[in-house]
Design a protein around this ligand. Structure first.
Ligand code: NAP
Ligand code: MG
Length: 496
């Protein structure tokens, strides 16, 4: 009989779980050379999960040397593309075989609901790896038109050693968005997970070895911001792909400029606008999507629809639907499959969001929530919170990265587009209307890397590039375009 995977099941699994806490360098798990570690806690209840190796200069140097040696040795970059594909697919298959364990690690490490990590986070990360594995033997170069006395080719070559520095909100998925295209393109990778969520990255490193990824090709250096800083300054890293905050993205850019001008790709924050016009085809569905857009993953989503712009004539009716829809996002025990949301990542993030809520209570009108929730003692649980405000308030302008929605009313389409664009960010936007002309105007007018129409957060799959305009970053993750970040183009011109 199939086992019932209820909260008791996941709790029992979590007590038996073995946690790998060492760095992975040159094909082996190793502690820090000075034995230094840092504590990793579960935001579910605050308990310590592991003492993880704290990587500093010596470990970073070893990882870079291993990655460089692997690259120059050609045991990965010079494989036939279909051999790289086969190895990456073996790795993905091993992750699939360990998907439940990875989902549990991710839930324990981040406080996300187990329903999300089993259905979304881990399967999406595996799919990303499969997608780029499948792509690698199908890409071609170019033979441009030129003087017939010459033959010219444009080919892609791997950049070399790629460092990936990733955040805690989707630890394995954000990592896969970087390492999958980078490895597919033939690079060696050094992954620096967030100190708040290093466990899934460490676990998959051993699976890479089992899959036959050669040593030095994939390394994981857990640590804190200082570890990331050392990577950003390292003279023998060729490319650094970063997802995280704008402040750190700026520092990384400066450090890259001050060291070896390594290529820097940034996926940063957002304050995405979700615009609902009065002729929106289905107000209830739009309200449900608006709630999901900002409350899923406890609002800790870079593309969260944290600014809801509603046309004034329907605002009252729409807000009533929204308040109803928001109640579905009350947090529950992350280990209970029935929970839709869980804990924020840690106390610092909880306090930061609480601070914004207090600010909101002073500068805006609280419509829902605004308080913490007692779910599991020692965790960091917040009610879904909604404010009615105008566009100038801080909660309507700054990235909160928590379950807090600002609702702003507008009169005309052009006002909505102007409000949406009045932000330093440009990651995503959404537009709800039945008028094709208005949809076209909005999709052209919105300065954002992704525009959803009559939906939100849909098709975040591998076929569409994902990334930001303006201060939301540069370059794109996902899709064939992601290969551009991890390849150099070479023109070869042959006189015939
Ligand atoms: P963060 O503080 O910028 O950290 C991101 C990563 O950078 C972590 O691994 C962090 O390590 C590391 N780091 C910290 N200081 C560093 C330094 N001086 N040099 C190099 N690396 C350093 O961001 P976060 O709090 O983890 O994540 C939240 C932010 O990420 C939000 O702004 C969100 O919008 C953004 N985000 C963007 C996307 C996107 O695709 N655009 C996706 C997800 C999240 P430690 O954690 O160990 O300090
Ligand atoms: Mg954690």
């Amino acid at each position: 009989m199939p086992q019932l995977k209820d909260a008791a099941y996941w709790r029992a699994q979590s007590t038996d779980l073995l946690v790998e806490a060492r760095a992975f360098i040159a094909g082996a798990y190793v502690g820090a050379s000075d034995g230094e570690t840092f504590a990793v806690h579960s935001p579910i209840d605050g308990r310590e999960l592991a003492q993880v190796a704290l990587c500093r200069g010596p470990e970073v140097d070893r990882a870079v040397a291993a990655a460089r040696g692997a690259f120059q040795g050609g045991g990965w970059a010079e494989l036939m593309p279909r051999q790289r594909k086969a190895a990456l697919l073996r790795w993905a298959a091993l992750m699939r075989a360990h998907a439940e364990e990875l989902a549990l690690l991710e839930t324990l490490d981040t406080g996300k609901p187990i329903g999300d990590t089993t259905a979304v986070d881990i399967p999406s990360a595996i799919y990303c790896l499969e997608w780029f594995a499948e792509l690698v033997d199908k890409v071609a170069g170019e033979v441009p038109a030129c003087d017939p006395q010459f033959l010219g080719t444009v080919t892609r070559e791997p950049v070399g050693v790629v460092a990936a520095i990733v955040p805690w909100n989707y630890p394995l998925l954000m990592a896969a968005w970087k390492f999958a295209p980078a490895l597919a393109a033939g690079n060696s990778v050094i992954l620096k997970p967030s100190e708040k969520s290093p466990l899934s990255a460490l676990r998959i490193a051993g699976l890479a070895r089992e899959a036959g990824i050669p040593e030095g090709v994939f390394n994981v250096v857990p640590g804190d911001g200082e570890t990331g800083r050392l990577l950003s300054l390292h003279p023998h890293i060729d490319c650094l792909a970063f997802t995280g905050s704008g402040a750190v993205g700026r520092q990384i850019s400066r450090n890259a400029a001050d060291s070896n001008l390594k290529r820097v790709w940034l996926e940063l924050g957002g304050k995405s606008a979700n615009i609902v016009m009065a002729d929106c085809p289905d107000l209830r569905r739009a309200a449900q999507a608006a709630a999901a857009a900002v409350f899923s993953n406890m609002g800790q989503v870079c593309s969260a629809g944290s600014r809801l712009l509603v046309q004034r004539s329907i605002a009252e009716a729409f807000i009533a639907e929204l308040l109803e829809a928001a109640r579905a996002y009350l947090p529950g025990d992350p280990l209970d499959p029935a929970s839709v949301t869980g804990s924020l990542i840690d106390d610092a993030q909880y306090q930061r969001v609480r601070h914004y809520i207090e600010l909101g209570k002073r500068e805006a009108r609280l419509l829902l929530g605004g308080e913490g929730c007692a779910v599991v003692p020692g965790g960091h649980y917040l009610q879904p919170t909604i404010f009615a405000t105008d566009a100038s308030s801080r909660i309507a302008r700054e990235e909160v990265f928590g379950p807090v929605l600002s609702v702003i009313e507008f009169d005309e389409l052009d006002d909505a587009i102007a409000l949406a664009n009045a932000s330093e960010y440009g990651l995503a936007a959404a537009f709800w209307s039945a008028d094709l002309g208005a949809i076209r105007r909005a999709s052209r007018g919105l300065r954002a890397g992704t525009v959803w129409v009559n939906c939100y957060d849909e098709l975040l799959d591998m076929n569409f590039p994902f990334g930001g305009f303006k201060e939301s970053g540069n370059g794109r993750d996902n899709s064939v375009h992601a290969l551009d970040k991890y390849s150099e183009l070479k023109s070869t011109i042959i006189r015939c």
